[in-house]
Each structure stands twice: as C-alpha cells, then as structure tokens.
Ligand binder design. Structure first.
Ligand code: MN
Length: 253
C-alpha cells in the first residue's frame, strides 16, 4: 500500500525524517516535499514559474522514492499525483514543527497539503506536533501510523480529512471540533539597514479555548483529532438569505 508523504517544513525537517522512518517500516512510502521551509504557504499553487524537481537519495530517503520541489506544498501534492507517484492510497502531511489549530487551518501549508489530497480524492491526514521535540515527533509518528490504519480500514467521508495535533507528554486523545486561534499584534514594523520601513508578520497567539475544540484539547495536554470538512457552506444561512437574493434580483428586473 502506497503512502504519499508531504510537508511544508521542507526536505530537512526532523518531523519528516521521523515520520518517514516510521511509516516505511509498514508501508510503501513515497516522499514529495518542498526544497525548503514553506510554512504559512497555505493553498498556494505556483502558476507563473516552471517547477524543478530533484530526486533525493541521501539518508533517511535512501531506498525510497523521494523528490524535492522548488515550490509550495500544494505543488508537491499536484506533481506527486499527476506525475511522480503511482497508486497512492493515503496522503500524510507532516509532521509539522508546531501546532495547526483553529484559524491555522487556513494558513498552514501542512493542512493545505492534506486538503489538496482530499480534493484529489485520497484519504488524507495532516499531523502537527509541539515544536522542537524529537521524542514528541516519535509519538506523533506512531499516531500517524495508527491513523493511516484507521483511514484505510474505515475510509473517510468524501471531502473530509483528519487534522491531528500532538502536544508534549500527551495525557490522552480528544476528538474535537475546530476552535479559534487569533494572532494579536500581527504586523511588526522595523527599519531596515538603509532606514526604510519593513514589516514582519508574526503576532502573539491568543487561543479561544471553548471546550470541545482542538485548541482546548491541546492546551490541556491531549492529542486532538479533528475531522475537517472541505464543504464550508453555511447551510443555516443558506436557507435564510432570500432577502439578499430578492434585493439583488430587483435591481435587474
Ligand atoms: Mn510548517
């Protein structure tokens, strides 16, 4: 069974290395990842430049099919599916160095790669862990393995993927819904060495820990598993917006 592994932290990521080492013991693994870090690249596709792809043969990728791409995580998934990797059964994206919770889903290259796998029809898993923790990545890799077995056996609903986050020394597992995670003071203004203004997007995390959310689970030391749907239609509002429809149609009558 073929597992496609991708990420947004790039070819030199420790989380990737540990995930590859774990999954290749059980599955036929192929790796297609960016040639450097692309965290925050979201769902971006490279359309205006050609992409270059290189085979990677050094450890830990010796003996498996691995490529690095000078593009985004999305480019990697598209190239893998259309060109590089045959007979994919499952897509796993990670292990990301740091959590992808709440609002992060919309910015994360890790999560977006799993989204793209889902859009292309493959059961997909995004997995992220507390940053800079070799031992924790080992735990996350084991959870990824278990999650792959789960999706192979049970499948996932169409247009749904799993977003998994692993805190340090996790106390257990919570099945969660997406929470809110805001970044306060997002833009930092600096002077460059020539005295010109420059800006750095960062910001302090402010989590809204409503109970039952991914944010709340990780804050309290539990592994969070969120089934995320890609149909983001608001069906409640959909049934209540006739007045907008009417007022627009009136302008054209
Ligand atoms: Mn990342």
């Amino acid at each position: 069974m073929k597992v496609l592994i991708t990420n947004d932290d790039g070819i030199f990521s420790e989380g990737l290395e540990i995930l590859v080492k774990k999954l290749q013991r059980y599955f036929d693994v192929s790796v297609v990842v960016p040639d450097g870090e692309r965290s925050g690249a979201g769902h971006a596709i490279t359309l205006l430049n050609p992409l270059r792809v290189r085979r990677v043969r050094h450890s830990p990728f010796d003996g498996i099919d691995a490529w690095m791409v000078d593009g985004t995580p999305m480019d990697c998934v598209i190239l893998a599916v259309d060109e590089l990797v045959k007979d994919i059964s499952v897509v796993v994206s990670g292990i990301n160095n740091g959590f992808n919770l709440g609002d992060d889903i919309f910015h994360s290259g890790t999560v977006s790669a799993a989204m793209e796998g889902t859009l292309l029809g493959f059961p997909s898993i995004a997995i992220s862990a507390a940053p800079d923790g070799k031992e924790n990545f080992e735990v996350a890799a084991d959870i990824a393995y278990t999650a792959v077995l789960y999706v192979v056996k049970n499948g996932l609903p169409d247009m749904t993927f799993l977003n998994i986050n692993v805190p340090k020394w996790s106390k257990g597992v919570r099945l969660t819904k997406q929470g809110r995670r805001r970044y306060i003071g997002k833009v930092h203004k600096y002077k460059d060495p020539r005295g010109l203004d420059c800006y750095w997007i960062g910001g302090k995390i402010e989590d809204e820990g409503e109970s039952g959310t991914d944010v709340d689970a990780v804050k309290n030391g539990f592994v969070s598993i969120t089934p995320v749907r890609l149909d983001v239609t608001d069906y409640t509002l959909l049934g209540r917006m006739e007045s907008l429809q009417d007022s627009i149609e009136k302008r054209y009558r």
